[in-house]
Design a protein around this ligand. Structure first.
Ligand SMILES: Cc1cc2nc3c(=O)[nH]c(=O)nc-3n(C[C@H](O)[C@H](O)[C@H](O)COP(=O)(O)OP(=O)(O)OC[C@H]3O[C@@H](n4cnc5c(N)ncnc54)[C@H](O)[C@@H]3O)c2cc1C
Length: 353
């Protein structure tokens, strides 16, 4: 196995921060993944799996261990009853997979166009956007189970998918090798659930426009928000949304309503998406804005995107420390104003809020 030493991880992350890894390796096959990880585990060497680096905030001090890129490729399509199964290697760039599905008349992931990163990372936080998430279509995740030292095929239930989370999210027990999706063979998108997307397409929610039209509309909306990686757009030097939308208990949401009414009056309504279990999801962006942090906030090298309140950006030369200091300021401001503690969406390595 060839490994490079002291590779700066900033070159592999979309936030362009992160000090060096002690060692860096790349695995192109499942066998190589097993060989490399088993060898590291045998000597107790920490392993950091890096894919597209678009959801990682790595400390300026770097990572004292092995950084491993899982570059297992391949897309295979097979028919299973009325569904089409698509098996995708972890190293396939996600947006290429969505483009492939759209051009082969396979519906179910079209709203996830333009999300950066590799396919093996999509189950980690159950990526989602514009009314779809990968948990809707994943039927199986093939992974290397580090404790068992074996390859396992996990069912969606075993993956523990939830909003921007899964059983993989805060655990390094599994390394994803490939992801299998069940898609509908159709030139039409699945029914549009997200009202902003329906408006952009000029259709009623629930309609089924052509797959290509949905992909184009999503990419246009995302570009406007700095949410596609674009070397010409300084607002895309981010990890996407830095905070997840908080999910509150009924009591916590009532407390939030009381604080908002005391601050802004009774007629201000808070964005709310109630769940059947009694919890209420609300908007992190709304809370951040109402706590006084506007788009473009920050006069240093770390700032808030001028196009999206939830994206913390590196304006050039920022350190991880500076990005985290801004994230803390935003989290603390929201907590002080509304009693809600925002949680970060990216994986933080060697650094915490
Ligand atoms: C501009 C922009 C827009 C974004 N928009 C969205 C969005 O709309 N919705 C959304 O959900 N996310 C969004 N994101 C976040 C990010 O793109 C996704 O989370 C993506 O899936 C991360 O993929 P990656 O390959 O870059 O993973 P990385 O950042 O390399 O890794 C992320 C985490 O997954 C782990 N990991 C990666 N690959 C594997 C593997 N094979 N096995 C085990 N663990 C692994 C890593 O160790 C790390 O903990 C956005 C990011 C950016 C920069």
């Amino acid at each position: 196995m060839d490994t490079l030493e002291h590779v700066p991880l900033s070159e592999l992350t979309t936030l362009r921060v992160g000090g060096p890894a002690r060692r860096m390796a790349r695995a192109d096959t499942a066998d190589e993944v097993i060989e490399i990880i088993a060898a590291a585990d045998a000597i107790g060497e920490p392993v950091l799996v890096i894919a597209g680096g678009s959801n990682l905030l790595i400390a300026d001090g770097g990572f004292d261990g092995l950084a491993l890129r899982i570059a297992v490729n391949g897309i295979e399509v097979s028919q299973q009853g009325h569904r089409t199964r698509v098996d995708v290697g972890a190293g396939e760039p996600w947006d290429d997979v969505v483009g492939f599905c759209v051009s082969h008349a396979l519906a179910g992931v079209e709203c996830l166009s333009g999300i950066p990163g590799w396919t093996g990372a999509t189950p980690i936080q159950n990526v989602g956007a514009y009314g779809q998430e990968v948990a809707d279509t994943i039927v199986s995740v093939r992974a290397y189970d580090r404790r068992a030292g074996a390859i396992v095929d996990l069912t969606p239930e075993q993956c523990g998918f939830a909003y921007r989370s899964s059983a993989f999210k805060h655990s390094d027990a599994h390394v994803v090798l490939s992801v299998s999706f069940a898609l509908e063979r159709s030139p039409l998108a699945l029914p549009i659930r997200y009202s902003e997307l329906a408006r952009a397409l000029d259709v009623a929610p629930g309609s089924r426009p052509a797959l290509g039209d949905v992909r184009d509309a999503v990419l246009t909306l995302r570009r406007r928000k700095g949410m596609v990686l674009d070397p010409g757009d300084p607002d895309s030097v981010s990890a996407g949304s830095f905070f997840v939308n908080p999910i509150l208990t009924t009591a916590a949401f009532t407390d939030l309503q009381r604080r908002v009414a005391a601050r802004f009056g009774d007629d201000v309504s808070i964005p709310e998406w109630p769940d059947a279990d009694g919890s209420v999801k609300t908007s992190a962006a709304w809370l951040i804005e109402r706590a006084g942090f506007h788009r473009g906030y920050g006069d240093g090298r770390a700032g808030i995107s001028s196009k999206h309140t939830l994206a913390i950006i590196n304006r050039g030369g920022a350190t991880s420390g500076e990005l985290v200091a801004l994230a803390r300021e935003m989290r603390d401001g929201v907590r002080e104003a509304f009693g809600v503690t925002l949680l970060p969406e990216p994986t933080l390595v060697g650094i915490s809020l």
